[in-house]
Design a protein around this ligand. Structure first.
Ligand SMILES: [Zn+2]
Length: 315
């Protein structure tokens, strides 16, 4: 439910270094990969609809990746070998997976790279759900310290359908295991390819904050068996499909007690009370407000449920 803030790197002038270091992972294998990719295209992309090189795909922006994804799907290469009873993965796709070798290939190095950049990118909580922390941690080992990760890297555009985006930097979303493995896997929210741009955390034009609102609403009594308040994430297409796909209404409903606590807190401490407390203690009103609601702390430290808290306190 939030965008990856690559602009943090721009602010410290390390945007180029971020991409250069990523490309360096592939340098020793790049020439062979380019040759295999070209050979594959000679057979399967005779019209040259995908002129992009491996190198350009590595750091292509998400807008370009969606375009490549569409052109790749248009080649019409089936996932499975057609006409067989037992589903067998199409060898043409498997051959390409070997060129853009993520699983059993570059996955470890890419994970290490993300761990290295996680502080500067402020990778803190799952970009899809914001319900789980996605952090790195250090362990002591012989002769030094090793950094470990407590997160998955999801391919937003599934590499199983389009292997040539399997190593693209701006297709990786640090996420929790529930969002990555149990829910998303190689599936996609039910929206058009063009709409992927609005709902990928790696996309510059994604606007989750403006388009999804967490609310605690009242069910109309008598109409439903389950009376009372419930958590509802209000959103319009394509964000509605995103919320449904990641089961966010259902997953957030467990946290209704926290939502009710926040609502009660807000009712107990309106502006007028905050003013009174501030006067009594000689604190600034902002300070009292922060001590009670922790909004800046949650935002600045990238805590889970930041949007949840902010939305419930402001709506
Ligand atoms: Zn998640």
């Amino acid at each position: 439910m939030k965008r990856i803030r690559y602009e943090l790197l721009k602010a410290i002038g390390e945007e180029k270094q971020f991409e250069d270091e990523y490309k360096a992972i592939f340098k020793p294998s790049l020439a062979a990969m380019e040759a295999d990719w070209t050979n594959w295209k000679v057979i399967h992309d005779k019209n040259g609809t995908i002129p992009e090189t491996v190198e350009s795909l590595l750091t292509a922006d998400f807008h370009t990746l969606v375009d490549v994804y569409k052109r790749f799907l248009a080649l019409g290469i089936p996932d499975k070998v057609p006409g067989l009873n037992a589903p067998i993965k199409n060898p043409d796709l498997r051959a390409l997976e070997k060129v853009f070798n993520y699983t059993n290939g570059f996955d470890g190095e890419i994970a290490d790279y993300f761990v290295k950049w996680s502080e500067k990118l402020e990778i803190r909580s799952c970009y899809y759900c914001e319900m789980a922390y996605v952090n790195s941690y250090s362990v002591l080992k012989k002769g030094g310290v090793a950094k470990k990760r407590q997160f998955d890297l999801d391919h937003f555009l599934p590499k199983a359908k389009c292997p040539c985006v399997g190593l693209s930097l701006y297709n990786f979303v640090p996420s929790c295991q529930v969002c990555n493995s149990r829910i998303k896997s190689k599936k996609m929210p039910n929206v058009t390819c063009d709409e992927y741009e609005q709902i990928s955390p790696t996309s510059e034009v994604a606007k989750f904050d403006e388009n999804i609102t967490v609310r605690l609403v009242m069910r109309p009594t008598g109409k439903y068996l389950l009376a009372g308040r419930y958590i509802y994430l209000r959103a319009r297409r394509p964000y509605r499909q995103y919320v449904d796909f990641f089961k966010l209404n259902e997953r957030y409903s467990f946290h209704k007690p926290e939502a009710e606590r926040l609502k009660n807190l807000k009712a107990r401490y309106p502006k007028s009370n905050i003013k009174k407390i501030a006067k009594l203690l000689g604190y600034r009103e902002k300070k009292v407000e922060e001590d009670i609601f922790n909004m800046s702390y949650l935002r600045e430290k990238g805590r889970c449920f930041e949007k949840f808290t902010r939305d419930l306190l402001t709506n």
